[in-house]
Design a protein around this ligand. Structure first.
Ligand code: NAD
Length: 425
């Protein structure tokens, strides 16, 4: 038996700790602005429930590995906890806590009745066979079973997980309940109660937020997208469909660039076949991190946290940065790009389309009903555009950045829920 220990970085602070520091920094800024008292600040800074589990996985060759898994419910004052599950070797309890906290503010900001949660397993799914992925998923779900449920905590896909993972989660939970419980998880396949429009929802939201922030015709606007996964690939597609010129995209395997614009549909087909954009024959190769520093109108970081730090932020030239990923800019980087005149549409607003349509999927499941893709799209657009308008208006009125304004609204609503509910006992 071997124990798979998450890889260690030589840095004193792990990326997960850095993400949590960022989340706490943003919370404290908002709390300061709202004048929240110290006790309430501590409640909001502290996860409500935090579970670390060991997940044994029998490999197909007979070996037994043990990986660490996490589920954190940051806050449930406004409704059941909601948040994705990430399979990534670098994930740790700090990262999952930060991501859960951002989910709390995001749900409050866009006005859906959820608290925030997140889950993670410190594993690289690419090193597992499909059978091993299924075993891992089922055993992890079994370990966190006391926490999740359609009225308690509803997982969804994130980095390294997809609708197949969600189907296994739904099945594992349902077997334990003794009947089918589609509402325990969102981002499911259509055949198991998934919602029309969920697969592209986060990316559609990124498109809506980008077009709202641009405030001019998207025709010919140049865009670079970091991360060509579930969020980034469709965000590139929808922005290209709207008339933007997507000149560069990257994934963990490499980056590609075409000054005249990439044919995103063709590139998606290539990436689906080859597992990476690297080697795409109709574009030039680009060093991975150069993508973030291209002279483009819009940069969409849609990979992982901490992509832009104080080290590379001074070289970022995009005038508009739309955070498809959670936490791609550190607070130091955020300050630098703002000082250089860029506008940042923050993660809790820009990528909220995913949780909005997850909420719609859950509502449909709880009602045993389904909406057309047109109905889903209209509701998504309404919630995104309303949230964007509220954030922009508060930022303008109080001289805040869009990130600060979004946090003031999100944190303020959660604080209000706590104050109205009072404290038991
Ligand atoms: P994914 O696993 O489908 O895709 C991640 C992509 O990032 C992959 O293409 C990967 O190769 C790439 N990547 C990783 N490191 C990179 C690097 N250093 N440079 C360039 N590319 C790199 O994950 P996803 O679901 O698309 O999630 C991406 C981000 O969006 C995460 O921050 C996630 O939390 C956030 N998010 C996802 C959803 C959702 O619905 N899936 C919703 C809201 C926010």
């Amino acid at each position: 038996m071997s124990i798979m220990v998450p890889s260690k970085t030589p840095a004193l602070i792990t990326p997960g700790q850095q993400a949590l520091d960022s989340a706490l920094h943003q919370l404290h800024q908002a709390a300061e602005h709202l004048g929240l008292d110290g006790g309430l600040r501590t409640v909001l800074a502290t996860p409500r429930r935090s579970l670390t589990v060991s997940v044994p996985v029998r490999r197909e060759d007979g070996r037994l590995d043990v990986v660490q898994g996490f589920r954190v419910q940051h806050n449930v004052s406004r409704g059941p906890a909601k948040g994705g599950i990430r399979f990534h070797p670098g994930t740790d309890i700090h990262e999952v806590t930060a991501l859960a906290m951002w989910m709390t503010w995001k749900c409050a900001l866009v006005g859906i009745p959820y608290g925030g949660a997140k889950g993670g397993v410190a594993v690289d799914p690419a090193t597992l066979t499909v059978v091993e992925q299924e075993r891992l998923t089922r055993r992890y779900v079994n370990e966190i079973l006391p926490l999740i449920g359609p009225e308690k905590d509803i997982p969804a896909p994130d980095v390294g997980t997809d609708e197949q993972t969600m189907a296994w989660i739904m099945d594992t939970y349902s077997v334990s309940a003794g009947y089918s419980v589609p509402g325990v998880v969102t981002g499911k396949p259509m055949t198991l109660g998934g919602s029309l429009g969920r697969a592209g929802a986060t990316s559609r939201g990124v498109q809506i937020a980008t077009l709202a922030a641009l405030g001019r015709s998207p025709e010919g606007v140049s865009v670079a997208v970091q991360g060509f996964g579930k969020v980034g690939a469709l965000a590139a597609q929808y922005l290209a469909d709207a008339g933007c010129k997507v000149v560069a995209v990257s994934d963990v395997g490499g980056a590609v660039y075409a000054s005249g614009g990439l044919d995103v549909s063709r590139l998606r087909a290539f990436a689906a076949e080859h597992g990476t954009v690297r080697g795409y024959p109709h574009a030039d190769e680009l060093p991975l991190d150069d993508l973030l520093e291209l002279d483009v109108d819009v940069l969409v970081p849609a990979a992982l946290e901490g992509a832009i730090t104080e080290a590379n932020a001074p070289r970022v030239r995009a005038r508009l940065i739309v955070e498809g990923a959670n936490g791609p800019l550190t607070p130091e980087a955020d300050e630098i790009v703002n000082a250089n005149g860029a506008t940042v549409v923050p993660d809790i607003l820009a990528n909220a389309g995913g949780v909005i349509v997850s909420y719609l999927e859950w509502v449909q499941n709880m009602q045993a009903y389904s909406w057309s893709s047109g109905e889903v799209e209209v509701k998504l657009r309404d919630l995104m555009e309303n949230a964007f308008a509220e954030v922009r208006s508060l930022a303008g009125a109080r001289g805040l950045t869009l990130r600060q304004a979004a946090h003031v609204i999100g944190v303020g609503r959660v604080a209000e829920a706590h104050q109205m509910r009072g404290l038991y006992p």
